[in-house]
Design a protein around this ligand. Sequence first.
Ligand code: IVH
Length: 671
Amino acid sequence: MSKKKEITKLYNVKIKEFNKHNKLYYDKNAPNISDGEFDKLKIEILELEKKFPFLNNIKSPSNSVGFKPSKNFEKFKHKVRMLSLSNAFSREDLINFEKKILNYLNKKIFLEYSVEPKIDGISASLTYLNGKLTYGVSRGDGNEGELITNNIKTIRDIPQIIKKSTIPEEIEIRGEVYIEKKDFHKIKDKFANPRNAASGTLRQKDPNETSKIPLKFIAYTFGFVSEDKFQNQSDFLKELKTWGFVTSKYNEVIKTIDELIRFHEKFEKKRYDLNYDVDGLVYKVNNINLQKRLGFTSNAPRWAIAHKFSADHAYSEILNIDIQVGRTGALTPVAKVKPVNIGGVVVSNATLHNEDEILRKDIRIGDSVKIERAGDVIPHVLEVDLKKRKKNSSKFLFPIKCPSCGSSTEKEYNKTTKKYDAVRRCTNEGFSCEKIAIEKIKHFISKDAINIDGLGKKVVEKFWELKFIKFPHDIFNLNYKKISSLDGWGPQSVSNLKYSIENSKEVTLDKFIFSLGIRHIGVENSKVIAHFTKNIKNFLGFTINNKINDLINIDGIGETQIKSLKSFFQNKVNIKVVEKLSEVLKVQDRKISTNGKLKNRSFMFTGKLQNISRAEAKSLIEKNSGSIVSSITKKLNYLVIGEKPTNRKIEQAKDLGIKILTQQEWSDLLN
Ligand code: IVH
């Protein structure tokens, strides 16, 4: 079939599918796909028409004059992303949280936290222009939400006009929309929990429907704001009240981790007395300037954490212990347990973490165990009830050969901690261990990597089993005829798959690096490597010519990462995979913002900086369009000197006539 014919066929299939759902939805009021999927289908058709002008079909949503509007709301891009929060469950997690902050700031200071209940509702962002509520937007995927202004306006806790002179010209006020427990009681047959009820009610197409159920709103943060006004989160919360918002009456300012824990213990006991659901406390660094410096990781702020309330638990019996092999070769023992309901979810698998954990707790097949399920975290075995242990039970023997490929396994020795790793790993780096290979492919298609949304993990397993794919690049060479003959694969799903695979070919360099699934090279590390190597050609140059050592000069890349990169690229199959992928994918060059104060200027640091970590200094330079270089050459513009610098570097810089700056002079440059 010619390409043109193929596209036309795909287009017509989509239109048929679209009209089928349209009918089901509007005429029969019985949709069998979600609103989101329906909208996606429509967008796909419109995009095809745009790309291939020869396409035309009278039944296209673009042609049908009487086409009914989508039930979905208009999309609205948030000026500042709406992120989620990292979770803490223990004292150790909190200590770690604070440690990371102090390391990042490179400072020994006493932090102060604004402590607020974590309300279990749904978040909304309200844009006020000159004090007038102009847009009400749901969180959506964090980047883009739905415009639900009219529904938001039915909530009585939300002021529509703020007449105070203290309100900035433009500000996004963010908070939680929720439903009180007593109101939920009246409609509890319709929804599983108050959170779903709030979400369903808020997204009613007809604002009159929304107004029937009393939704409430508690404000707690801001997104975009046109002027820097607030010094502390606690000041902001006070200001919110003067503007007419409701804030939580349980907000506090607390200074030490011990006090946070005490407050948490006390609060947990009274959580059920509150008239709304809370699932933890949120701790935010109170000082807004520090918040700004700390910034965000890929999906959560560094300056805040949610301290969750203790998890639900239940008792069950271990029927068997499976050993799963992960992408990095880690052998994870998983207990298959008698199915048990924990907080509304039926649990039949519970992780046992690693070999050491089994040894330490002496966990055996047949044991009665206490299982914990905390939020979205995988359930795990807490403890064994020894009184119930069967007489004939025997110790569990952890395998020393990989259960997937039979290779030897090892526990790595960590030179710094002088301890062996708790995790045992398959030593087979690469694609010859079946389980590792499947996991690598699943990683490759995942959201933060290549992001092929039509290809789920289950499909990968199926295609692997059928020998359709063995390596990531096989995905781009699938035989769709064979696929369409499989059970459950109609023309629509095959064309969807094809479409999403084709669509995923264009990818940014950092995502490409991340997609390779190299151990210790996560989202953040991939970004810094992409920033350093700039394009795929350079990146391949680094790996093929074995210049990996040069990467050690990048902040954030340490010996562990270098070792892992080397071991990855020592494997011929890995190199082949990377080459094949670089042929079939369109890897975009790393684009750098080029209009900042430090445009066209390069920097290098030597010695320890005061009150700021290297990572933050680097990110400041990059934010202002400057660059960091790793060695002293004529291309370097400034050498910035901290405490105890390397004299050799200063000498070299002087020889080449490179400008030398103190930390103060450098920060003056940045203002
Ligand atoms: S601050 C960037 N404060 O928790 C941080 N969030 O897991 C933005 N939430 O999507 C959130 N109570 O819906 C913040 N006092 C509170 C909160 C709170 C509930 C929700 C919010 C957010 C989710 C993050």
